[in-house]
Design a protein around this ligand. Sequence first.
Ligand code: GLY
Length: 354
Amino acid sequence: MNRDVLDTAGSELRETLIRAAGREIPIRIGRGAAGDVGSWWPERWKRALLVTQEGVPIPFDIPDGVVVSYVEKSEGAKRLSTIERLASDAIKAGITRNDGVIAVGGGVVTDVAGFFASVYYRGIDLVNLPTSLLGMVDAAIGGKTGVNLGEGKNLVGSFWQPLAVICDLDALASLPSREWRSGAGEMAKYTFLGADRLQSLPFDLQVYSCAQIKAEVVSADERESGRRALLNYGHTLGHAIEGAFLGRGEESAISHGEAVGVGMIFAARLARGLGRISAERVEEHLKVLDAFHLSPFLPQELEPEEVIGYLKVDKKNKAGPTFILDGPRGLEVVEGIEEEVILREIEEFAGWSG
Ligand code: GLY
């Protein structure tokens, strides 16, 4: 997937809603969606801290009273010291409890800015304006925020719902190709969550369909006590792959969505190994990944033991690694898979080359 798909997008603005945190949260999607600041700027705000990264396109004219604070242009920005620095910036800028935070960027920015908004003065307003495909279909929607520790990803965070999520598709025009692949990995995931004809739609409707599924799942299970966990399809191994690269100081070796894509193929192979799905269903997974131009293979640099080590610190774990697996009733949370089974599957996966 690359920016050519933008050509298929219409000019209509679409809106879907999440019901969470006791209110309705609009998700607005379309070209130019952010341009009319008055349509998303809450009346009570006098000031705002705009959290972004150098080079990210700001899809609106920055109003008076907005102070811009930049975070690093890498996953490395997702650390606790960034939150402390944003708090200092906000205090210096005179941001009060009646003001807000505007997150403009991809998943790193919305995760960090959201976590910051949730703890600054014990919580202030947040508006998310995702500028990456991954942000528009996933990260900016649903209120999960957080930072990483050396031990693994997103181990410290909060649920903090934004007032609105504004997805201006024009912001994608300058998205690097790796970021397109990252978004594509998350979009591919929705194929297994009900969007089975996703690829036949024009691009704006693809984004809208993904956002709609996410909104519906989060409205039903905001705090992930059940169904929301299914949004983590492919993430168990995906996070372990990302954690392994992060641990080596090589986080740019793979993007989140690419790792999720590999994780979905591993989950499908594991489900087949456990007798939950057929070999044909695994093939269907491979076709979906191929349609989104994503690699299904475990990166060659990683050793199975290294990946297993990172599986053990996944925050979803209760009794051993928790996987979302396909099966006769669709996707389900599966716990308690024996470690030898997982290790054997990972070793086979590592040796598999199509
Ligand atoms: N990215 C998965 C979720 O928001 O629940």
